[in-house]
Write a protein that binds this ligand. Structure first.
Ligand SMILES: Cc1ncc(COP(=O)(O)O)c(C=O)c1O
Length: 540
């Protein structure tokens, strides 16, 4: 008996057409102006309707700059372009993800070569890139750290480190730092040093104790109290330099004392190097500044060279004992896949061959030496500058001033952004391959921005900044697209966040200005709220 193939439903047909149009966009190397505009409309509609409308409003620089419709397209080194072809200097580096810059050719070539042969593992045979990367990790980590386990993100690396610490010590407690940041899954979130992120997920792990960062006496006191009252501590987890807290550098005796306290109290030392690792602070690992060998190190972000997601935790031999007895004690299907490992192997090669830690150290000093006088000149705007290498925190007198500076920079074609646990801090975290003339240009534009912001109203009003530095004066037109999308799609839920309120007032002000480019076709597609149409327009 013959069977007829099942007819696709109209929903299926529509999804097929939408996905075809999306694949066409993915395969495009360049966009025409019209395609760029359409892609912006499409992306806005997708984020608004299917991803998270809140995200359109909530980014410090982009939103406050009145240009929250900015859509990234491609990049090289420390420069990227948006969908309209506007060039930006990247002073954010994807929160530490892009240490090698955008699209490093050596990493891309390694991934392509692996991709064409064997992208994913069988799970049963031995996959060579995993072993190679583990070997390299043992070579580049301090002391007798020997074994590695690979995952796909920073938070997974921290979760793994915590689990192995518990299994090794038979204890369940952790000591972490106020304003520390280790990720947002249950275990890592328990270590988090900020109520805003922890509270919605409570109850978290009950046996976590927070101390002020950089205060070894407080750690010692916490260990003594824990011992006295019977709270058994498995490990101390800290960032070598706090990243999301705003590039906070601890006193020089902090890490050596942590090591000594861990040895004294029989507690493991976990260095969370997800952000500080692989050269960011001017040494290959943050702990290398103080010659400390932790028991476990976590890594992620830059490890994939800005090309593939990969995380890792590496440990001294005794921490692997349980895992060697039972290799299924900890598993992940995709973590450490051949593509990710190929990327990480190429990344390590680039970091060492191009000596990115030294570059970060020297460029960090260059940056700081020029930033510091600006902070002193504009002491009505700045509280202080902190950091090490190319992990730099600009601490402003108020969060609003920080927003204004990042927005002013964004309008001048420089991307910087806030930090996650300090409202008043804007980070400078560019690719480590950034050129000196690019740093000079960023500082010039920062100087122009500060002139404008200093003495300007700080709350409730937007500062009008010319977009002369941008090759295409388009934020206004983009805002026009936004306003079209806003009238057709469900409005984002009202929020009491002052940031979002400011963003709305900024947007209203910008949208009131005349558009400088034609957005008709894209706008119609958004108005019709038709994904397939919008995607087709993108390719028109
Ligand atoms: C020190 C540190 N640990 C862990 C994480 C979490 O990494 P991921 O976002 O890849 O989960 C971050 C992210 O910013 C981090 O800075």
């Amino acid at each position: 008996m013959s069977t007829t193939p099942e007819q696709p439903t109209s929903t299926t047909q529509r999804a097929i057409e939408t996905s075809r149009a999306y694949l066409d966009v993915i395969h495009s190397k360049q966009l025409t102006r019209k395609q760029g505009e359409a892609l912006i409309a499409e992306t806005l509609s997708n984020f608004r309707n299917y991803y998270n409308p809140g995200f359109l409003e909530y980014r410090k620089s982009v939103t406050e700059g009145g240009d929250y419709a900015s859509v990234e397209w491609s990049g090289r080194g420390a420069t990227f372009t948006d969908a309209l072809g506007r060039e930006f200097l990247d002073c954010l580096g994807g929160y530490g993800l892009l240490s090698l810059g955008w699209s490093h050719t050596k990493v891309i070539d390694a991934v392509k070569a692996q991709l064409e042969r064997a992208p994913m593992p069988t799970q049963e045979l031995l996959d060579p890139p995993r072993g190679m990367l583990a070997n390299l990790m043992a070579q580049i980590t301090p002391g007798d750290i020997q074994y590695s386990f690979f995952v796909s993100s920073g938070t997974e690396a921290v979760e793994g480190a915590m689990k192995f610490a518990k299994a090794t010590t038979g204890k369940s407690g952790f000591i972490a730092a106020v304003r520390g940041f280790h990720g947002k899954t249950a275990g890592s979130l328990s270590l988090m040093g900020k109520a805003k992120f922890r509270k919605p997920a409570m109850p978290l792990l009950s046996n976590v104790y927070h101390v002020p960062y950089g205060d070894a006496d407080a750690v010692e006191q916490q260990l003594r109290i824990a011992q006295e009252v019977g709270n058994e501590i498995a490990a101390i987890v800290m960032e070598p330099v706090q990243g999301e807290a705003g590039a906070i550098v601890p006193p020089d005796d902090f890490w050596p004392r942590l090591r000594q306290l861990c040895d004294e109290f029989g507690v493991l030392l976990i260095a969370d190097e997800v952000q500080t690792g692989l050269g960011r602070t001017g040494a290959l690992w943050g702990v290398n500044h103080w010659n400390v060998v932790p028991d476990i190190i976590t890594s992620a972000k830059a490890l994939g060279g800005g090309v593939m997601p990969i995380g890792a935790f590496m440990a001294r031999p005794h921490i692997w004992e349980k895992f060697i007895e039972d290799p299924f004690f900890h598993t992940t299907t995709t973590g450490g896949n051949p593509l990710a490992c190929a990327a990480a192997i190429a990344t390590i090669n680039v970091i060492l061959e191009e000596d990115l830690p030294r570059q970060a150290a020297e460029k960090g000093v260059y940056f700081m030496d020029r930033l510091q006088p600006l902070a002193e000149q504009y002491d009505d705007v700045y509280e202080r500058i902190t950091g090490k290498g190319l992990l730099i925190g600009q601490h402003f007198r108020t969060p609003e001033l920080g927003y204004q500076v990042s927005a002013g920079l964004f309008r001048r074609g420089v991307l910087i952004s806030g930090t996650l646990t300090s409202a008043k801090t804007i980070r400078i975290e560019p690719p480590l391959v950034i050129e000196y003339d690019e740093i000079d240009e960023i500082l010039n534009r920062l100087g122009d921005t500060l002139k404008e912001v200093s003495g300007a109203p700080v709350t409730g009003e937007t500062v009008s900044v010319p977009v002369a530095h941008l090759p295409v004066a388009a934020p206004v037109a983009v805002a026009a697209l936004v306003s079209v999308a806003a009238t057709t799609a469900p409005a984002p839920k009202a929020t009491t966040r002052p940031r979002a309120n400011r963003a709305r007032s900024t947007r209203a002000k910008v949208a009131a200005k005349p558009a400088v480019i034609t957005v008709k076709q894209a706008s119609q597609a958004v108005a019709a709220n038709d994904d397939a149409d919008i995607a087709r327009v993108a390719m028109a």
